[in-house]
Design a protein around this ligand. Sequence first.
Ligand code: ADP
Length: 223
Amino acid sequence: MILVLFGPPGSGKGTQAEFLKEKYGVVHFSTGAYLRELLSSGKSEDPLFERIAGIMKSGGLIPDEEITSLVLRHLEELDSKNPVKIILLDGYPRSRGQAGSLVDFCESKGKEFFVLDIRVDLAALKERLMSRVNCSSCNAPFSVASKETPVCPFCGSNEVFKRNDDNDEAVIGERIASYENISLEVLNFFDNKRVFIIDGNSDINTVKDRISKVVDVFIKEKF
Ligand code: ADP
């Protein structure tokens, strides 16, 4: 089964993914994290990678054909290594075309998929992203107030880094705007029965509980 985590940047997808990994043993596939890893893996002279790095730096979206071929290839690989696990897909689809490719992929593999649509008031997102850091040890994202010493709530490490695209207000604005432009068309593409709306405005634990209630039902029905 594929569980799509859908929501704007800063909606808590990364945090909730950590919780879903712990509670349900899902395999987390974040397209953004995958791309960042791919780019840092030393193939920077490849013109495709150079182009991808430029797009990510500006907060834009990678063209459908390129991202789809990378994502579906990796999904196949994950699926063949973990045939009975739930794959948590975070960051894809981000366009109607990508949504279509995902549906075709699931149909061809006989896989169920569901979408968790995390909704957060857009006004809160910029602030969340400006205060977000990532743990250098386990990579999980979390927020830190400006004078606080960061301690990762997942592994306790105090080594952190800030993503390039979380540093610049204009880039953050661009990412939120690109989400606003595409979210309706992506969600409208899916059958309503597959989309579960989660109110993501509350504290982390409350949002976790809301997500658990929905995921428990899938698991009871499908496993
Ligand atoms: P965010 O925190 O903005 O949700 P991600 O970590 O998911 O960021 O992705 C970082 C960047 O990677 C995006 O701004 C975009 O440039 C690129 N990217 C990730 N997934 C996709 C996708 N499905 N389609 C196009 N570009 C993508």
